[in-house]
Design a protein around this ligand. Structure first.
Ligand SMILES: [Zn+2]
Length: 473
C-alpha cells in the first residue's frame, strides 16, 4: 500500500476523534490564554490515546506538548483552540443567532484547526507504528493565537528547537498551500501619568495625561509618511482620561500595534514610536510608562517543505462536498456583503495567483490553488511566524467554509461546526500526515529544508518578546 492510501486510511479511522475534538472545543469557545477547559480536554484526549502530555509549558497554564515515540525525526503538528469575543453563534445556522449574546465563539475556526491537527498527529503515529519507523510525533497545544502570542512564548522557551519539521493549517474558504508571509507585529501599552486639577480654576497646576496621548498620536501620524508603506500602525484608547471635561486628566492609556513585513523593520518603527511617546511626555510634563505586551515575527517561508505539502495536497485532493453541503454554503453566501466576494480576485492577485483559478459561481472551493511562492506578507499576523524561525514549517488552508466567508465572523463560527468543516478537517489531517510521511522518507529533503531555514532566517532565532516580559494571562 502506498503512503497516501495508508495515511488516508488512518485518518479515516480517527474521523470520530476529529469530530469529537472539533465539536467539544467549539462548545468551550474560550478566550486566548484562558482556554482551561479546552487544554484539560486535550490533555486527557491525548493521554487516553497513549501520548505523554506536558501541561503548562512556557509559563502558560493552557500551553502543552503531547508526544508519542522517541528520538528523531521529530515531527510537530501545531494546534490552536482559542476563540473570539462577541462571535457566539448557533452551529451551522445561516442566520445571525448567537448561542449567548456577546459571548465568545470560534469565529476563526480554531476548534477545527486543533481538531484536524490532532487527527494528523494520531494518523501519523499509527503510520510510524504500523511501519516500525523510528521518530517522535508531537502535538503542540498552542494557546492564545488571537490574543497572547502563545507560540512565541513556547518558541522563547525553546520548545521547537529540537523538532525537525512543523506542520499546520488554517480553516478557510480555499484550498491552498500558504506561500506568502505574514506581518510581524509588536503590541505595547503606553500609560501617561500627570497631575489632575480644576480645568477652569487652576489649569496651570494640572499636567494632562490625555494631552500626552493626543500628542503621541499626532507624532505617530506624522511618522507614517516616513516609514515603509507596507507598515501598519494602529492604536486604541484604553483610558481616555475620564468623563469629566472640567478635570485635567491625570491618567490616560493607549494601546499600540506596530506591524511590518519583517520583524526587524517592526522593531525599528516601534523604537521610533517609543521615542515619540517620550517626547509627548516631555511636552506635557507627564510621566510615560511603556508596558510591552506581545510580539510576533513574520513567517519565514520554507519553500522546500511547502512544495512537499503541495505534492501531498494534490495527492489527497480537495474536499468533496455533497449536495447538502453546497445548499448550506449557498445559504451562508446570501449573508455575505458584496465586498466579501468582490475582494476575492484582488486577494488572489495579491498572492500572485490568477483569479481565473477560482469559479466565483460555486459556493465552495473544490479545486487546489497552484503553488505560487512570492515574497510578500499578507495583511495580518500570526504567531506561527515564530515557529517558522525555529524549525522548517509549512502551512496550508483547507476549505471548511463557503467561498467568501469573512474572517472573524459569526458565519465562520457557524460553519466551523458543520458538515462542511468535517469534510475540510479530514482533508487537512490527511495533507499534514502525508506531508510528514513523505518528509521522513526523504532525509535529503529534510536536510535541504533545514539548510533553507538557516539561510533565510539568518542564524539563531531571536524572540521578539524581551526575556523579562511574562505571558499575559
Ligand atoms: Zn486564526
Amino acid at each position: 500500500m502506498d503512503k497516501k492510501e495508508m495515511i488516508s486510511g488512518f485518518v479515516d479511522r480517527h474521523l470520530e476523534d476529529i469530530a469529537l475534538v472539533n465539536d467539544t472545543i467549539w462548545e468551550f469557545a474560550e478566550p486566548g490564554m484562558k482556554e482551561y477547559k479546552s487544554a484539560a480536554f486535550y490533555g486527557s484526549f491525548f493521554e487516553e490515546r497513549g501520548f505523554h502530555v506536558d501541561m503548562g509549558v512556557a509559563e502558560v497554564p493552557t500551553a502543552f506538548v503531547a508526544s508519542w515515540g522517541e528520538g528523531h525525526p521529530i515531527i510537530g503538528f501545531l494546534g490552536e483552540y482559542d476563540a473570539l469575543p462577541t462571535l457566539s453563534q448557533e452551529a451551522a445556522c445561516p442566520e445571525k443567532c448567537p448561542v449567548t449574546e456577546g459571548a465568545y465563539g470560534q469565529g476563526c475556526g480554531h476548534n477545527s484547526l486543533g481538531a484536524a491537527a490532532a487527527g494528523a498527529a494520531l494518523a501519523f503515529r499509527d503510520y510510524l507504528r504500523e511501519n516500525g519507523l523510528p521518530g517522535t510525533v508531537r502535538y503542540y497545544g498552542c494557546p492564545g493565537e488571537e490574543y497572547g502570542s502563545g507560540k512565541v512564548f513556547m518558541a522563547r522557551a525553546g520548545l521547537f528547537d529540537d523538532a525537525d519539521i512543523c506542520l499546520t493549517w488554517h480553516p478557510g474558504d480555499m484550498n491552498q498551500v500558504k506561500a506568502t508571509s505574514s506581518l510581524a507585529c509588536i503590541s505595547a501599552f503606553f500609560e501617561f501619568t500627570g497631575v489632575s486639577a480644576h480645568a477652569a480654576a487652576n489649569p496651570h497646576l494640572g499636567r494632562s495625561a490625555l494631552d500626552a496621548c493626543e500628542l503621541m498620536n499626532i507624532g505617530v501620524n506624522y511618522l507614517r509618511e516616513h516609514i515603509i508603506p507596507e507598515a501598519r500602525v494602529h492604536y486604541a484608547y484604553l483610558n481616555a482620561g475620564g468623563i469629566a471635561p472640567n478635570v485635567v486628566h491625570d491618567k490616560a492609556k493607549i494601546h499600540y500595534f506596530v506591524r511590518a513585513p519583517k520583524i526587524r523593520a517592526a522593531q525599528e518603527i516601534f523604537q521610533r514610536v517609543q521615542d515619540i511617546a517620550e517626547g509627548a511626555a516631555k511636552m506635557t510634563g507627564t510621566r510615560m510608562q511603556m508596558h510591552f505586551h506581545e510580539a510576533l515575527s513574520d513567517c519565514c517561508n520554507n519553500r522546500t517543505l511547502e512544495r512537499l505539502m503541495q505534492e501531498a495536497f494534490e495527492e489527497i485532493g480537495a474536499p468533496c462536498f455533497d449536495a447538502e453541503d453546497v445548499a448550506l454554503a449557498e445559504r451562508f453566501r446570501k449573508t455575505f456583503t458584496p465586498g466579501d466576494l468582490a475582494d476575492i480576485p484582488a486577494t488572489l492577485e495579491g498572492m500572485g495567483i490568477d483569479p481565473a483559478c477560482i469559479s466565483m459561481d460555486a459556493p465552495l472551493h473544490t479545486g487546489i490553488l497552484p503553488y505560487t511562492p512570492i515574497e510578500r506578507a499578507m495583511p495580518g499576523s500570526t504567531d506561527v511566524g515564530d515557529v517558522s524561525y525555529c524549525v522548517p514549517t509549512a502551512q496550508c488552508t483547507v476549505a471548511t467554509v463557503a467561498l467568501g466567508t469573512p474572517g472573524h465572523s459569526w458565519q465562520m463560527t457557524a460553519q466551523s461546526r458543520s458538515s462542511i468543516a468535517a469534510r475540510g478537517n479530514a482533508v487537512a489531517a490527511k495533507v499534514m500526515a502525508l506531508t510528514a510521511a513523505k518528509a521522513i522518507a526523504d532525509p535529503e529533503l529534510m536536510r535541504k529544508a533545514k539548510e533553507e531555514l538557516a539561510r533565510t532566517a539568518g542564524g539563531k532565532y531571536e524572540c521578539p518578546i524581551p526575556a523579562d516580559v511574562k505571558p499575559t494571562l
